[in-house]
Design a binder for this molecule. Structure first.
Ligand SMILES: Nc1ncnc2c1ncn2[C@@H]1O[C@H](COP(=O)(O)OP(=O)(O)OP(=O)(O)O)[C@@H](O)[C@H]1O
Length: 128
């Protein structure tokens, strides 16, 4: 196959996959209150980081981790609801573990946030 035709096809495939991913993000944002809360918490944390001129990389990483895990948690919930509409101990185990992953990430994200943003915020409010 001509090299240019090949790259045009992969670019089109990539655009189509990105479209599905964007639809997944929008659907999760509409349907999951936790995802909306975490998305706005991430926007706030990033805004504060830029305003305080604090290190951006750890905040970017923990925001990406929490939001990605919430998306995976939503995917697990949807798959379990499809596969096991009635109660089942394995369905509970899968959903609880996926939810646990989000909480572990959120807990450590909170610690990173306090560690990175706490000192400059404290200096600002205490006037030091
Ligand atoms: N099919 C099932 N069988 C057994 N237990 C289930 C089942 N579905 C849900 N559960 C239990 O209920 C809990 C809540 O599940 P649910 O699907 O309602 O998620 P949720 O708490 O509404 O999450 P979110 O708020 O993110 O949508 C699960 O963690 C699990 O313990």
């Amino acid at each position: 196959m001509n090299k240019n035709v090949g790259s045009a096809l992969s670019a089109r495939r990539w655009m189509r996959s990105a479209g599905y991913a964007w639809a997944g993000l929008q659907r999760t944002y509409r349907q999951e209150a936790n995802f909306r809360f975490e998305a706005w918490a991430a926007v706030t944390a990033l805004g504060l980081t830029l305003w305080l001129d604090a290190p951006l990389t750890p905040i970017l990483l923990v925001c990406a981790l929490v939001l990605s895990l919430e998306l995976v948690n939503s995917a697990v919930e949807a798959a379990i609801d499809l596969l096991s509409p009635g109660p089942h101990p394995l369905a509970a185990a899968a959903k609880d573990a996926a939810a646990g992953a989000v909480y572990v990430a959120a807990f450590f994200a909170l610690l990173v946030g306090l560690n990175v943003l706490g000192p400059p915020l404290w200096a600002l409010v205490s006037g030091r």
